[in-house]
Design a protein around this ligand. Structure first.
Ligand code: SAM
Length: 277
């Protein structure tokens, strides 16, 4: 690869990945739409449907970048709250749902009963762009931005209900440490959800996918973001990521149980929905 990953040290890889995202931060969102023809939005929506968060959920969105997952999370919970207030909540919901829905209806949207998300990312430039987007899109409450390394999270044990990492884990240096940290910060029974590119098993699709990703993505990177190398890195990082079964075994080794993975569309995305032991 242009990084020569085989020979660089762990510190060097972390530094080089940092530079990639610092370089592309401003164009990151537009490039996501261009590279995936907007489909990344559906994959992220699918992650939220799997998560199906309830009010009061505390989310840690690691490698959260410009905040896409956390924005969707807040939207999802707010939408549900609005829907519930329209229904006859007394007959259908638990008391805690009622209290939250009623509080929401009374205009207390900022109450801490409404879910919170923490976007954690190693890269300040990505977080800066995310904060600007949050302000522009009106996500003022329920969101915090924290600089931190997924391999050594700046949070205590047993804190979060849900941990997400979307298109982030293939960029880290030590996947095993990231998984151990995820396990540590999740509450008992908490959920780990990972959205990631993995191996295409159908040979015909694999060939199409290779042709598209190796030939088109760096070109798009050059045309839209003026940065061929960073996008070449992104494609190569997908090739280097463990396959579905190998990754599943790594997650099991970190102490999670009930691993499930699901393919999303032809680009073979993994979704893991895992309960902490
Ligand atoms: N989750 C966002 C999304 O789906 O749009 C951003 C994904 S972006 C492809 C990958 C992110 O991983 C970048 O923002 C990068 O800074 C972050 N990252 C890379 N290594 C990291 C690490 N060790 N700890 C935390 N974040 C990291």
């Amino acid at each position: 690869t242009h990084f020569g990953f085989e020979s660089v040290s762990e510190e060097e890889k972390t530094e080089k990945v940092y530079k990639v995202f610092a370089n592309i931060a401003k164009k990151y969102d537009v490039m996501n739409d261009a590279m995936s023809l907007g489909i990344h939005r559906l994959w992220k929506d699918a992650l939220l449907h799997k998560m199906n968060p309830t009010p009061g959920t505390l989310l840690l969105d690691v490698a959260g970048g410009t905040g896409d997952i956390s924005f969707r999370f807040l939207e999802y919970v707010r939408f549900q709250l609005k829907q519930r207030t329209k229904q006859d909540v007394r007959s259908q919901q638990t008391p805690s749902w009622n209290a939250i829905a009623e509080s929401y209806a009374a205009g207390h949207q900022n109450s801490n009963t409404v879910s919170q998300a923490i976007v954690c990312d190693i890269n300040k430039a990505m977080l800066r762009v995310g904060k600007q987007r949050a302000a522009e899109q009106g996500y003022i409450t329920g969101l915090s931005w924290v600089v931190g390394n997924a391999e050594e999270l700046p949070f205590g044990d047993n804190m979060f209900d849900v941990y997400t990492i979307a298109f982030g884990i293939r960029n880290v240096t030590r996947i095993d440490m990231v998984l151990q940290e995820a396990h540590r910060v999740l509450k008992l029974g908490g959920h780990f959800l990972c959205l990631e590119f993995s191996q295409v098993t159908n040979p015909l699709l694999a060939r199409l996918y290779d042709a598209y990703s190796f030939q088109m993505i760096p070109v798009l990177g050059e045309v839209i973001a003026g940065d061929w190398k960073s996008y070449q890195y992104l494609v190569e990082s997908i090739r280097r990521f463990p396959d579905q079964e190998e990754f599943k075994a790594m997650i099991e080794d970190a102490g999670f149980f009930k691993q499930v993975y699901q393919y999303l569309f032809i680009l073979v995305l993994l979704e893991k929905n895992i309960l902490r032991e």
